[in-house]
Write a protein that binds this ligand. Structure first.
Ligand SMILES: Nc1ncnc2c1ncn2[C@@H]1O[C@H](COP(=O)(O)OP(=O)(O)OP(=O)(O)O)[C@@H](O)[C@H]1O
Ligand SMILES: [Mg+2]
Length: 378
């Protein structure tokens, strides 16, 4: 058994870059190696690498800067549009709340990335490929941004729409370029809305071509080195091919938030705004069925309302009103006018939405409210 050599992956990538005469690949990975050494407390060594890099010709040196990775981004040769987006989420800047079970599984993935070389030396490494799946708005994209931030790696998000080129055969070419690009750049490669790419059915396009896309996707994944971080997110996991699933040893489902997580999400989204008399636990109970994204939307709407209305804090009943409306829309109910709204809110919770509260909220008399509630038809 070989003893573990820390950061062997980066050293090999630097070597690969040199052998391929790909200076940007070598310098990108040398930059990453310096970062890792610094994190390990080896500042002296990190500095020596950075000094070397600083001596490189300008054309090479700029590639070390992740914000300028865009110089060589892959494009669709027909539309000339970029097929990826590059961002650099800062560590600690992406707000994320997950249930403890989910967080444990994500942490396990992070640990596997961070200690890849050690695990590899002991024959215990798995390819660094993570699939997140679950309903819309449950935080899949947010989680991946957070992961990139934690790893201090640029996030390269594939634009599936541009990638699926209009010309026959173009998609496979685009895919190849994206994967090549990712293997030359330390990054998290992110296939968002993955089902758009990995779904061989349910699309008007020529079935033959789509199957070729899936095959090409599988080939690209197989050719990708196992220590490159590849993540995918999908909210139509039932559409994904079994062959695709097999390529992702880390699979984490995200569910609609449970009571505890909803409470945390409300806390996170409402921030430090003052809400007199609001019981967050009660609010979380009443928001069963809502995704994190919808909780965020209600919270932002309520905050905006408070700011524009010039009121100091948020009115709790106003939050419940917005929550009630969001729930109705989520259930596919059509609230066409004020009367529909009032009737729905009253039915949803007659205690919160007493005649008096409704009158205050909608600025109409209690008599009119009573009239609207009783008016079932006209
Ligand atoms: N668990 C969460 N923690 C923090 N923020 C969240 C969470 N879930 C949702 N959000 C918020 O909701 C917004 C939408 O979430 P996100 O885009 O990650 O959802 P998604 O699961 O990727 O949805 P889709 O399947 O529609 O792409 C995010 O911008 C984020 O602010
Ligand atoms: Mg998403």
């Amino acid at each position: 058994m070989t003893a573990s050599f820390p950061h062997l992956s980066e050293v090999l990538k630097i070597l690969d870059g040199a052998l391929k005469s790909n200076a940007s690949m070598s310098t990108n990975y040398a930059g990453l190696l310096a970062d890792k050494l610094e994190q390990d407390g080896q500042r002296e060594q990190a500095m020596r690498i950075r000094e070397r890099l600083a001596r490189a010709p300008n054309a090479i040196a700029h590639t070390q800067d992740a914000s300028r990775l865009s110089n060589s981004l892959p494009v669709d040769s027909e539309s000339r549009l970029y097929t990826v987006d590059v961002s650099k989420p800062a560590k600690g800047a992406v707000l994320l709340k997950l249930s403890s079970g989910t967080m444990n599984r994500i942490s396990e993935f992070l640990e596997s990335v961070i200690h890849y070389d050690k695990l590899q030396a002991l024959d215990a490494a798995m390819p660094l490929r993570l699939m997140l799946y679950g309903p819309p708005g449950t935080g899949k994209t947010q989680t991946i941004k957070w992961i990139a931030g934690e790893l201090s790696l640029p996030l390269i998000t594939v634009r599936c729409d541009t990638l699926i080129g209009s010309l026959l055969g173009q998609t496979s070419k685009n895919l190849r370029r994206v994967f090549e690009y990712a293997s030359e750049t330390p990054c998290v490669l992110f296939l968002d809305e993955f089902d758009a790419l990995a779904n061989a059915r349910g699309n008007e396009r020529d079935i033959g071509e789509l199957q070729r896309v899936v095959i090409s996707l599988l080939q690209n994944i197989d050719a990708l080195e196992k220590n490159i971080v590849l993540v995918a997110a999908s909210n139509h996991e039932q559409l994904l091919d079994r062959a695709i699933w097999r390529r992702f040893p880390f699979q984490v489902p995200l569910f609609l938030p449970d009571l505890a997580l909803r409470t945390d999400l409300w806390k996170l989204m409402l921030g430090d705004v003052e809400i007199k008399g609001l019981d967050l636990n009660e609010l979380a109970k009443k928001s069963e069925g809502l995704s994190g994204a919808l909780i965020e939307q209600v919270a932002i709407d309520a905050r905006r309302h408070a700011i524009l209305g010039g009121t100091q804090g948020i009115d709790p009943t106003e939050i419940y009103r917005r929550l009630g409306i969001a729930l109705a829309l989520n259930l596919g109910k059509n609230l066409n006018d004020v009367k529909d709204e009032i009737q729905w809110l009253r039915k949803w919770d007659a205690k919160i939405f007493s005649i008096r509260e409704l009158s205050r909220l909608y600025k109409i008399s209690t008599r009119q409210i009573t009239h609207l509630i009783e008016d079932k038809h006209g």
